[in-house]
Ligand binder design. Structure first.
Ligand code: NOJ
Ligand code: MG
Length: 524
């Protein structure tokens, strides 16, 4: 029988490299640091790492403003460090995925410097330049991330350039074939060095309408919403050309074998997300599903979403789940520490590939930053939405630098009590729960690849069965603080729970759950 690809059974661990491990005492995490801590990942039991950008960058968006796609920023180390990291990861059976930022470059990228230098420059068309509207204002009503006009005026050449994010992150013109081939070559560069795939930044934004039609305004926009929600992105996001480009990108990674994988960030409704898998599985294998990041945390809503998501996936497409990332408050802060354990069971037992954000395995919470500690430019542009709190350095132990750095950390450290060393040997810890869940997934074909069937439940209880060659499992999660009960027509034994004291308990007739409790039952 044909084996499923590694990334379907595997779990992907997301490292924000500034914050994972600092090897040289400058307070910023780096590649030798990741190398030094790889054993944490194998001990934990994940299968791959995705590393946020480590390319040369002025750092306006902390690496998501790339000035060279085929080099390493000295802040993070050298190309040799990257080669060593890839080799060491592979020796341990870990895959390495890099972040690829195709929508925009840094304004310091040589391509943009050339493009901006004059209207006749050969690279002028590599970016999206347009004349002003007849009234002298921006060419369209399109808005960017911070709700501002997405057009930036360039005095010297008398045109606007389009950029969805910061002024310093001009959008590439993906309609230009030279841009396409230059960017696709950057994928080949890393594939040649042995990387196992990529996470693609904001793929849905690659192409904009060439007729420059205005976006319709969103009548449901309310003050306090994300500012960019002022509009429906009919003409700037998820254009038909973008879907075609997704398939071309896939073809490039397929040149390097069938075990390479593409993850992609797509800010689109669930039906469109599903479409990016491609009609014949020839698109993005893992269009990242952000529902758990944003969902109202209640059992009926989540159960309904799981059903809807699985139903819209094209035949053969594989689901995926994201519970935390570097752009969203941490799960332990969103839901509280007790419910974060329940959420960990959910993430690691739902059907599909889980993406685990660093630090969530120890229950790290958001770390507030004082005004003089702010590093994220978004904090200034969109008050209250800065992303520093969820990017605080990994806490390895309770030493002053948290085992992360011997210097001054680039962002403040969180609660000293929440750290890897303290949790490693504690069977009741968040870390132990993650490790057991990962082992269970690893050992159980039902959990990693089996069938999913929802179980009728009431109130805050979410329940489902996973079935495979190793038998049947019941997952029952109480998503609320009050006690819950699930009536059962099946019998079994508790395999693991949010608290270890239920291990081995026989279950028959019904299953009682305390508030914020989750259990996994091996059925007879
Ligand atoms: C999405 C990334 O996850 C985020 O961190 C970044 O600021 C934007 N894309 C722009 O690249
Ligand atoms: Mg460093």
């Amino acid at each position: 029988m044909e084996q499923p690809p590694w990334w379907q059974r595997g779990v992907i661990y997301h490292i924000y490299p500034r914050s994972w491990m600092d090897s040289d005492g400058d307070g910023v995490g780096d590649l030798p640091g990741i190398l030094a801590r790889l054993d944490h990942l194998t001990w934990l039991g994940v299968d791959a790492v995705w590393i946020s950008p480590v390319y040369p960058s002025p750092g306006a968006d902390l690496g998501y403003d790339v000035a060279d796609y085929t080099a390493i920023d000295p802040l993070f180390g050298t190309m040799e460090d990257m080669d060593r990291l890839i080799a060491a990861a592979h020796e341990r059976g870990l895959r390495v995925l890099l972040d690829w930022v195709p929508n925009h470059t840094s304004d310091q990228h040589p391509w943009f410097l050339a493009s901006r230098s004059g209207r006749d420059d050969p690279k002028r068309d590599w970016y999206v330049w347009r004349d002003p509207a007849p009234d002298g204002g921006p060419p369209t009503n399109w808005v960017g991330y911070a709700g501002q006009s997405a057009w930036c005026w360039d005095e010297a050449t008398g045109q606007y350039y389009y950029r969805f994010f910061l002024d310093t992150q001009p959008d590439l013109n993906w309609r230009n074939p030279e841009v396409q081939s230059a960017m696709l070559d950057t994928l080949r560069f890393w594939l040649e060095r042995g990387v196992d795939g990529f996470r693609i930044d904001v793929l849905s934004l690659l192409v904009e309408d060439d007729q420059l039609r205005d976006n319709p305004v969103n009548p449901e926009f309310r003050e306090g919403d994300w500012p960019y929600l002022r509009q429906h992105f009919a003409y700037t996001h998820d254009q038909p050309e973008t879907r075609e480009l997704a398939m071309r990108i896939r073809k490039v990674v397929d040149e390097y074998g069938d075990d390479k994988v593409l993850l992609a960030e797509l800010v689109v409704p669930i039906e469109a997300l599903a479409a990016y898998h491609g009609p014949d599985g020839d698109g993005i294998q893992v269009p990242l599903n952000f529902e758990l990041l944003e969902a109202d945390w209640n059992a009926r809503g989540i159960a309904a979403f799981v059903g809807r998501y699985l139903a819209v996936l094209p035949p053969g497409a594989w689901p995926n789940w994201v519970l935390g990332n570097h752009d969203t408050p941490r799960v332990a802060s969103r839901l509280g520490p007790a419910q974060a354990r329940v959420a960990a069971i959910l993430l690691l037992t739902l059907p599909g590939t889980p993406i685990l954000y660093y630090g969530d395995e120890i229950g790290m919470t958001d770390v507030p930053v004082a005004p003089d500690q702010v590093r994220d430019p978004i904090a200034a542009l969109i008050p209250g939405r800065g992303r520093d709190p969820e990017r605080s350095p990994m806490r390895w132990d309770d030493r002053p630098g948290a085992g992360f750095t011997t210097g001054t950390p680039w962002l403040p450290l969180g609660d000293p009590a929440v750290n890897v060393a303290a949790q490693r040997d504690d069977p009741g810890s968040m870390l132990a729960l993650h490790r057991r869940l990962l082992a269970l997934r690893h050992d159980s074909p039902a959990m990693s690849g089996g069938a999913y069937e929802p179980v009728q439940a009431d109130g805050d209880v979410l329940a489902y069965l996973r079935t495979g060659d190793d038998g049947r499992w019941l997952v029952a999660l109480n998503l609320g603080p009050g006690a819950g009960r699930l009536d059962l027509a099946v019998r079994g034994r508790v395999e693991l729970a949010t608290t270890p004291d239920r291990d081995g308990e026989r279950v028959e007739g019904h299953l009682d759950l305390a508030g914020d409790e989750g259990v996994v039952v091996r059925l007879d």
